[in-house]
Each structure stands twice: as structure tokens, then as C-alpha cells.
Design a protein around this ligand. Structure first.
Ligand SMILES: [Zn+2]
Length: 266
């Protein structure tokens, strides 16, 4: 029974943070081999310290050898995490050329409107090409990152957050607009809007900032490094976007009217 609990914890930690499962094994393995009489809570505390040291100090250097670099984890530059859970779980690694591109876009955006920074969501794990960052199957090679839309409240802009995770609070189609969600769900893709359960708290008082989100999308797609971005068709129409790098992801994925999926060329 005890072994089964450890296995479940290792699987969960590996799925959410990639390195957490390995650190759990090393930590509890050490106490098992050394046979030191130590309480379970002290072992968990020791795991937490080891995990934090690895995440903040060791993983960034080793990931570099794998051709991946972390996105900034503080809010001091113009490129910021939507929430601190993302970097804490090592979900903020990308190829250096993608990080450079994001910095450029973030700095340009901020120089045009200093209320705005570029806010990122899930990117990739630090190691192993092909290791998916669930639930995003394609975030597995350092070339993908999800970015937040912009929102306003009482016509004031800024990096306002409609949901705590950055996912699941949708910019719904208007009655006059085509609803891809209806179409996908009617075809049996029941999972198409399941990210509505992943908000970890949301607010309804914000308005989608069409003007600044459109500017952001145009900056991204005008860069030759960009391969494609994914957003819902009704938002592409509403923002009057026409670049052919802006695509629909298909009903097998989840709806993209809560964030931009961005990916660069190989
Ligand atoms: Zn994505």
C-alpha cells in the first residue's frame, strides 16, 4: 500500500512538473537507504527544499545544455508569468530563439503602451523532446507557448486576469458570430470546452481588449520566425485578422478563445 501511494505521487509530480517525481524518489530513497529515524513530515519538508533548490538553481543550467531556457519568473521585465505556479512547476521553458522573440514583442508592446506587458501561460518542460506538457499534447519541443489575451475594465487597460490559471474563461461568440464550440460539441467532441473547469477562480467584470489583442497577434504573425498561432475563428473574424498563419486548431483540441497558442519554426 505504501509503495502504491509513492508510485501515484511520483506519477502526478512527473506529469505536472517533470522533475518532481525524480526528486521524490531521490529524497525518499535516501532516507530509506540511510535508515535514519525521521518523521514523514520532515521527509516531505526535505523534498520541498530539494525541489525548490533544483527548480530555481539547478534545472535552468542543465536545461541550457538541452537547448531550452526559462522565461522570466519575476514581474520586473516586460515579459511576465500569468501566475507563479507556471515557473514553480517548470512549465516555462522554451528554445532561446523563442525567448528572444517574446522579449522583443514584449518590449515593443510596452514601448507603445506602458500599461501593457506580455503575459505567458504554459510553455514546455526543461528536458526531453517529445515529453508532453499535459494537457497540451504539442508543447513538447520548446517551440510552443501560450499567451494571454488583453482585457480592460472601465476602459482601463493593463495585464488584467479573467481567470487565475489564464485558461477557461472564454471570450464567447456573440449571437451574430459563428460558434466553433457549438459545432465541435455537436459533432461529439465533448471535451472541447473542458478547460472551463481549470480556471481556479475567475471574474466576470473584464472585457476582452480587442484593440490591444489584435496588435499583439499582428506583431507575432508578422515575425518570420512564427510558424502559426491558434485562436477561435470568431475572434479571428471579430479582430479582422487575415494572416494565414492564424489557424483553427481542430475539434480534437480544446477551444482557444481564452488564450493564444503560439509556435515558431524549427
Ligand atoms: Zn498551446
Amino acid at each position: 500500500m505504501k509503495t502504491l501511494v509513492h508510485i501515484i505521487i511520483v506519477v502526478i509530480l512527473t506529469v505536472v512538473s517533470q522533475i518532481g517525481g525524480l526528486i521524490w524518489i531521490l529524497n525518499f530513497g535516501y532516507f530509506k537507504i540511510s535508515k535514519r529515524p525521521i518523521s514523514r513530515w520532515k521527509k516531505i519538508f526535505s523534498f520541498s527544499i530539494l525541489y525548490l533548490i533544483s527548480t530555481l538553481l539547478i534545472v535552468p543550467s542543465i536545461a541550457k545544455l538541452n537547448g531550452r531556457v526559462p522565461l522570466p519568473i519575476t514581474k520586473s521585465s516586460n515579459l511576465i508569468p500569468h501566475n507563479y505556479i507556471t515557473p514553480l512547476l517548470n512549465r516555462h521553458y522554451v528554445k532561446p530563439k523563442l525567448r528572444n522573440q517574446l522579449y522583443e514583442i514584449a518590449n515593443e508592446t510596452n514601448s507603445e503602451n506602458n500599461n501593457l506587458k506580455l503575459s505567458y501561460l504554459d510553455a514546455n518542460f526543461p528536458f526531453i523532446d517529445g515529453f508532453p506538457l499535459l494537457p497540451h499534447l504539442s508543447h513538447k519541443d520548446g517551440r510552443k507557448v501560450d499567451l494571454s489575451f488583453y482585457y480592460t475594465k472601465n476602459n482601463e487597460d493593463g495585464n488584467l486576469k479573467p481567470s487565475n490559471t489564464g485558461y477557461g474563461n472564454f471570450v464567447e461568440p456573440l449571437n451574430s458570430e459563428y460558434s466553433q464550440t457549438k459545432e465541435c460539441k455537436s459533432k461529439g467532441y465533448w471535451h472541447y470546452d473542458y478547460t472551463k473547469f481549470l480556471t481556479l477562480g475567475s471574474r466576470e467584470d473584464l472585457e476582452f481588449d480587442r484593440k490591444n489583442t489584435k496588435k499583439l497577434v499582428n506583431k507575432i504573425v508578422s515575425d518570420p520566425l512564427t510558424q502559426k498561432i491558434l485562436i477561435e475563428p470568431h475572434l479571428k473574424t471579430r479582430m479582422k485578422l487575415s494572416n494565414n498563419k492564424i489557424r483553427f486548431q481542430g475539434c480534437h483540441a480544446v477551444r482557444h478563445d481564452d488564450h493564444i497558442h503560439h509556435q515558431i519554426n524549427k
